[in-house]
Design a protein around this ligand. Sequence first.
Ligand SMILES: [Fe+2]
Length: 405
Amino acid sequence: MLAKRIPVQDLRPGMYIHKLGGSWLKHPFLRGSFLLTDPADIRAIMEAGIREVWIKSTAGCPRPEGRSEAPPDAPEAPALTGMSPPVETCDSTSPMASEVARAKDICLSAKGQIVEMFNEARLGKAIDPNATLPLVDEIASSIERHPIALLSVARLKTHDDYTYLHSVAVCALMLSLARQLRLSEEHTRLAGIGGLMHDLGKAAMPLDVLNKPGKLTDAEFEIMKGHPAAGAELLRAGGAAPEVQEIALYHHEKMNGQGYPHGLAGNEIPLLARMGAICDVYDAVTSQRAYKEPWNPAGAMRQMASWDGHFDKVLFNAFVKSVGIYPVGSLVRLASQRLAVVTEPGQDSLLRPTVRVFFSLLDNEPIPMHLLDLGAPCCEDSIIGPEDENRWHFRHLDDMCLWLK
Ligand SMILES: [Fe+2]
């Protein structure tokens, strides 16, 4: 399709600008080609002194973004103390946004149930694992409707919410992984129940150690190492399936035999427990804790992939497929030297999710936020890699990834 040159007076929203006349350094747009959607942009083009533009047909062509010719070694921006909140409003009609609302309700009702379960366990009462089935089914249905919404909500836990939302998150991650592995209905459900109850044994741990805000001493850590066996015993007493007991008992084992409580290695560790180890660690490291900042989800994926001997590699690869190389909520650096947050997994490629672009590294300042589908055929931008969010201290990344006000 050849570009057609027209005077700026003939520009209308909906036209695809292929090139702006004059030097791009002088105009206010990040790149010279883009889909014209805002009449204010026409005024800005005129005010920049541009007289002519080249346009192309927009048929079937999503908005291209980014400036892929940007130098990869652009100067580092200094840490910021914060930035403006998102300017876009919540699109309650998007599948993600509507499921996020339902997922919040599920997490809220889960809180009561899980807190009660832990309280009863603390009192020495037997826990009936079947009582959690409706909740596990609700979590499974949410994942069925949208694979990422509930995970995105459960990831945003505060220190106070950690125990119960960690249970919900591990349950959801286990269900996603079980689906990815095409496990039977029965085993998928057992994986979900085991995910929800994997840390039940913490109810048997001394409260001063369990609730200690800082890092544990070696002696305290030795005490906490008792929680897998304590949890498995509580579940056995309540009549839980052996697979659910095994998730509780073995979720801290490692493939190289250096885990606990029994130092099992490789396939000595039951399948669902090997899955539990991956889901438990991923949610723990990407969550805010009293003694540490959360890891960027994409950075966590990289780190975990580099831990030789810790996880079952085949299962870990399936886990990456179920959650994404750049999971929702990841802060990423684009080839156009902009920062963005991942909002939806890629449809066709794990490397090309949809992102919300919000910061220019070249100008070292926020830019108007907008969504960018990196998998769109006409998109010229791409992800260079995960960005360490602790270096930046942006305050609204989570709102951005959930597309909330
Ligand atoms: Fe644990």
